[in-house]
Design a protein around this ligand. Structure first.
Ligand SMILES: *Cc1c(COP(=O)(O)O)cnc(C)c1O
Length: 382
């Protein structure tokens, strides 16, 4: 199946007892047994629930994996991956990470004896130089949040797997989605999503996803999901499954609108830098072109007037772009990383990687592009 078909049919079949085309919300915690231990494949909903199974099969299908897992949040999906490790193990991660991931690594798992090295993954040699005997996991985000840097996934997997095949490589594919890039096909072991964002797509749930190809790894992750218990609920699973069925349609429009807005901002006299991997001026454009099928709906930029006052005036002046955290929904959002999504990163670190007060991040929705451009134009004129 091609991607657009998988988004709708991947891993799905109609419900057996009624023929319902859409898997219903199986809002149940437990399942009748005809004799102790004799059941219809479901025992208790922390272990498995039919609505969640349908979603997890869709997750596996769209990322070209064999198994998928649905969690109560993106962070609980990451938490599940880190629980594969043990004290003394080391993780190498990018230095331009989602704020909550950085917070979990440095303030939670660091306490339990895991060590973290943050490097600029833009240079493959930074990764290979950082690898030690204790390295067990490489954590990649691409495009990065909020600076839209691109990591060469195949470059990293080739360099690492040639050296040591026991090191796991994980990609947070939240920004790109499998519509744009499929890391499992590039030799990555685990794909993670905040399904809160594009997979759900309607800003109406919080959810995480993991997808893998390897059966043994799948069993380990399933054990942790079951034993730690951070599962997605039946209702949220239903909503996410419904969201995935239009992922390809939404992403196509997100990409069209994202590029149009990046081009508009690039030419605007009040704007200095624009961060969008689809622009030829983007420093990683060539890798993006090779690795991604299109460039997505996330655009960051800086105003020429770098004062906090000017930036706040813009953020308070948009009408269609709602000032809010999160991203990936049908509606357009605007965000101020340094005070909102990335406030948990210490100021010194933030400034070092370029997340200053003048930086603005847009999640470009699927509205009419003329209305979105008008809104940005009026807010920039104020
Ligand atoms: C939102 C986000 C997360 C965290 O996911 P939650 O669903 O909020 O727990 C992780 N990574 C990225 C890139 C995100 O945007």
């Amino acid at each position: 199946m091609k991607f657009n078909t998988k988004a709708i049919h991947g891993g799905q079949k109609y419900e057996e007892t009624t023929g319902a085309v859409m898997t219903p919300v199986f809002q149940t915690s437990t399942y009748a047994q005809s004799s102790p231990g004799v059941n219809k494949g479901y025992v208790y909903s922390r272990a498995a629930n039919p609505t969640r199974t349908a979603l997890e099969n869709a997750f596996a299908s769209i990322e070209n994996g064999t198994r998928g897992f649905a969690f109560s949040s993106g962070l609980s999906a990451i938490d599940c991956v880190l629980r594969l490790l043990k004290p003394g193990d080391e993780v190498i991660a990018g230095n331009d990470l989602y704020g909550g991931t950085y917070r979990m690594f440095t303030r939670l798992f660091h306490k339990y004896g895991l060590n973290f090295k943050f490097v600029d993954l833009g240079e493959i040699s930074n990764v290979t130089n950082a690898v030690s005997d204790s390295t067990k996991l490489i954590w990649i985000e691409t495009p990065t949040n909020p600076l839209m840097k691109i990591v060469d996934i195949l470059g990293v997997t080739n360099a690492i797997k040639n050296k040591d095949t026991t090191i796991l490589i994980a990609v947070d594919n939240t920004f790109a989605t499998p519509y744009l890039q499929r890391p499992l096909d590039l030799g990555v072991d685990i794909v993670m999503h905040s399904a809160t964002k594009y997979l759900g797509g309607h800003s109406d749930l919080v959810m995480g996803a993991l997808m893998v190809k390897d059966e043994e790894l799948a069993e380990e992750l399933h054990f942790i999901q079951f034993a730690a218990g951070a599962i997605a609920s039946p209702m949220d699973s239903f909503l996410a499954l419904r969201g995935i069925k239009t992922l390809h349609l939404r992403m196509q429009r997100h990409c069209e609108n994202g590029l149009a807005i990046a081009n508009f901002l690039k030419e605007h006299k009040q704007v200095s830098d624009v961060y969008y991997p689809g622009l030829e001026s983007h420093p990683n454009h060539e890798i993006a072109k090779k690795q991604m099928d299109d460039y997505g709906g996330m655009v960051s930029f800086r105003l020429k007037d770098e004062s906090k006052k000017a930036t706040f005036k813009f953020l308070e002046s948009t009408k269609l772009f709602t000032l809010a955290e999160s991203l990936g929904g049908v509606e357009s959002l605007v965000n101020h990383p340094s005070t909102m999504t990335h406030a948990s990163i210490p100021e010194e670190e933030r400034v070092k990687i370029g997340i200053t007060d003048s930086l603005v991040r847009l999640s470009v929705g699927v509205e009419d592009i003329d209305d979105l451009l008008d809104d940005l134009a009026q807010a920039l004129e104020r």
